[in-house]
Design a protein around this ligand. Structure first.
Ligand SMILES: [Zn+2]
Length: 273
């Protein structure tokens, strides 16, 4: 998280250059060092009325390593943020260096675990501009090959210590595995609809069904489970820096999500489909 929020990364703005930016390159190298099959996926997006830009997703794959393999699990986290200059920029620590760092951590962890399906890690670009990276990723594959999307966006709890799980239909088996985990040391709130999630939040302005990359999967009828803290007063301000992050709470959330995914990939396939 330190690297992604550093001045050299200057807020990880999407589409400033036609080649992957320093943040994209950093994520690519991290996946490569783990010996994952890694690639850039370039895509066009509209960066304004007249300007067309190029974004870059980073896609890394861990193959299934059991005898029978189920459909793919796709884990997403957007790495882009609002940009700025090295002297003054939007660090986007919670949004979404927190999710991107968790994605990298999961790639390392799952490398040595049982995987009853192949796992695709996607660090998406241009999410802040309109979920462009996730939309393009989904457009390039057969939706029927994907069992589930797990999307990570803003994982460091505020003082309220809340974490929301918003999920679509056809996730009940995965959720029953989630519910077998020991009760976490944070307030876990599970919502099966945007309305339920809005009722659970103090500030129900955001429609979280549409607010992050999982929406691109939902539109293609791919089931999703979204993890995030939902509301953060520092969201999209220059105060969203690592000094505002409570790393102890963040670590608990990452551990919980990791335990869930490890168990999901190690359970009998018929229980996770
Ligand atoms: Zn975000």
């Amino acid at each position: 998280m330190l690297t992604l929020t550093s001045p050299a990364h200057a807020g990880r703005s999407a589409g400033k250059t036609d080649t992957p930016n320093i943040s994209g390159q950093y994520i690519y190298n991290r996946f490569e060092h783990l010996n994952l099959e890694t690639k850039y996926q370039a895509f066009p997006f509209k960066a304004g009325f007249f300007r067309h830009a190029t974004g870059h997703n980073i896609i890394a794959t861990l193959p299934c390593n059991t005898q029978t393999c189920g459909n793919n699990l796709v884990i997403t986290a957007h790495y882009d943020h609002l940009g700025g200059q090295p002297t003054s920029y939007y660090a986007g620590a919670n949004d979404n260096a927190s999710g991107t760092s968790a994605l990298l951590y999961l790639a390392e962890l799952l490398n040595n675990k049982t995987r009853n399906r192949s796992v695709t890690f996607v660090a998406t670009d241009a999410e802040e501009k309109g979920l462009y990276g996730a939309k393009y990723f989904v457009s390039q594959l057969k939706a029927t090959d994907i069992a589930l999307n797990i999307n990570l966006d803003m994982l460091a709890p505020t003082s309220k210590n809340r974490v929301y799980v918003l999920h679509s239909k056809h996730t009940s088996n995965a959720l029953s595995i989630l519910k077998t985990l020991p009760k976490p040391d944070f307030n876990l709130r599970i919502a099966n609809s945007r309305y339920k999630m809005q009722r659970m939040m103090d500030n129900p302005r955001i429609d979280w069904h549409r607010a992050s990359d999982h929406y691109a999967f939902a539109k293609a009828r791919i089931p999703y489970i979204y993890f995030g803290i939902g509301e953060d007063k520092n969201h999209h301000t220059k105060r969203d820096t690592i000094t505002a992050i409570n790393f102890e709470r963040y670590q608990l959330v990452v551990n919980f999500i990791s335990d869930f995914i490890v168990k999901l990939l190690d359970s009998p396939l018929e229980a996770t489909n």
